[in-house]
Design a protein around this ligand. Structure first.
Ligand code: GDD
Ligand code: MN
Length: 397
């Protein structure tokens, strides 16, 4: 296998023969892990038995000398080791893992961290469990009997991790059934689960939770779990930040709103939150002595601006690049105000022509303009200009 250079920093492509069935490619994302990679490779070498053909692919976004240290340490390894260094860290940790998976050639892929919090001696066990149980995905879990989070520093991180797990499982009860630790960064997956099935949803990794991404978008048929003890970091510090936490929430929203129906529900929920700034502004403006009609008009614009911001950040983040932000804001505001203007004649039509009473007519008008506004926002604000309708197959990140 030869890994194509992906950037100037690419080093040491390694050529091997096609691996036997059951062989494993270990994909390891690295971001400034120079002090860990030598010990990591030593332990991988000590853990993987000769009968399990293995190769290691590092996907590196480091600003330190991690790639050189890996290349140096790789000389002592009996198995092929390669490094893909990326010039731009697209998708962060998750993007790196997908990049490594694309380069993998073995039927099994094991994903693990470089800091030895994931014990390498579990690599053969993960693959063996997958083979025995005919599973597509084997998760190393901290929450099974025999597993633990010993290395998760401090009560704060334990609580955050617990909360994140509950939230994810609550949002994706079906996709995460049978996975007690969807936040785990240590798992084995059959390569065909990642690369196969053209009909499956495209992957759009975003930050740390790559297992969540794979479980939700690729839906492995059979899932198994193996307990593991999350160790202390061997050297260096965690690269996870508060920003990574926000990225996780965005990732959840993106996964949850992948279908048009789910997006419409989210659009409606965001619309409802717009009442808060709207009413607050109305209260403030009329309190300051403004006549209620212009106050209504102004307050409504504040609600529109609020909705626009949330929709931009949460719902259409990956579709913003087709138009300038001012263009999008203008179109969005136009649609929102058209909604108000359209509602009254619509109610008149329902009452006058269809002999409905006022309340059902108003409800129906509200629903109609809501659906129109959602469809209009998708089509006129966030769809590509020329190739309208062609929504799949692009991943701008
Ligand atoms: N290529 C690349 N790019 N690698 C990265 C990046 C990035 O932007 N950010 C982090 N990494 C690498 C690190 O170098 C390390 O090898 C691995 O990803 C995990 O990073 P840590 O910073 O050590 O993460 P953690 O220990 O806080 O979190 C780990 O445990 C969590 C469970 O609590 C990760 O495995 C999480 O996915 C997991 O949820
Ligand atoms: Mn770590």
């Amino acid at each position: 296998m030869t890994i194509q250079p992906t950037g100037a920093g690419h080093i040491a492509p390694v050529t091997v023969d096609a691996p036997e069935p059951g062989a494993v490619t270990v994909v390891i994302p690295t971001f400034n892990e120079a002090a860990n990679v030598r010990e990591l490779l030593r332990r991988v070498a000590a853990s993987v038995p000769a009968r399990l053909p293995c190769e290691v692919v590092f996907v590196d976004d480091s600003t330190d000398d991690t790639p050189t240290v890996i290349a140096d340490a790789a000389r002592d390894c009996a198995f092929p080791v390669s490094v893909i260094h990326r010039d731009t860290p697209d998708g962060g940790l998750g993007g790196a893992v997908i990049e490594g998976m694309k380069a993998a050639t073995s039927p099994w892929i094991v994903v693990m961290d470089a800091d030895l919090q994931h014990p390498p001696d579990l690599i053969p066990g993960l693959v063996a469990t997958g083979e025995e149980q005919h599973a597509d995905l084997v998760v190393a879990s901290r929450y099974l009997p025999g597993g633990s989070r010993a290395g998760l520093a401090g009560g704060y991180r334990v609580a955050v991790s617990r909360g994140a797990t509950r939230l994810a499982k609550g949002l994706f009860p079906r996709a995460l059934r049978g996975i007690s630790d969807p936040m785990s960064g240590f798992f084995a997956i059959r390569r065909e689960t990642v690369t196969g099935a053209v009909t499956a949803e495209a992957l759009k990794p975003l930050g740390y939770k790559i297992l969540l991404e794979l479980a939700v978008r690729r839906r492995p048929r059979q899932v198994a779990e193996v307990p593991f003890v999350f160790q202390d970091r061997f050297a260096g510090e965690s690269k996870s930040t508060a920003k990574e936490g926000l990225r996780f929430l965005r990732h959840l929203v993106e996964l949850r709103t992948a279908s048009p129906l789910a997006r419409m529900v989210a659009f409606g929920a965001i619309g409802l939150t717009g009442f808060v700034p709207n009413l607050a502004a109305l209260y403030g403006l009329t309190g300051a002595g403004l006549h209620y009609l212009p106050a209504e008009l102004l307050a409504n614009q504040l609600g529109v601006a609020w909705n626009f911001l949330l929709i931009e950040v949460l719902l259409f983040r990956d579709r913003r690049h087709h138009r300038h932000w001012a263009d999008r804001a203008g179109r969005f505001a136009l649609l929102a105000n058209a909604d108000l203007v359209l509602r009254i004649p619509l109610i008149a039509l329902f009452v006058g022509q269809f002999h409905m009473t006022v309340l059902p007519a108003t409800t129906l008008a509200l629903l109609t303009t809501f659906v129109l506004r959602f469809a209009g926002t998708e089509a006129l604000v966030y769809l590509p200009r020329r190739t309208r309708g062609a929504r799949t197959g692009r991943n701008p990140r």
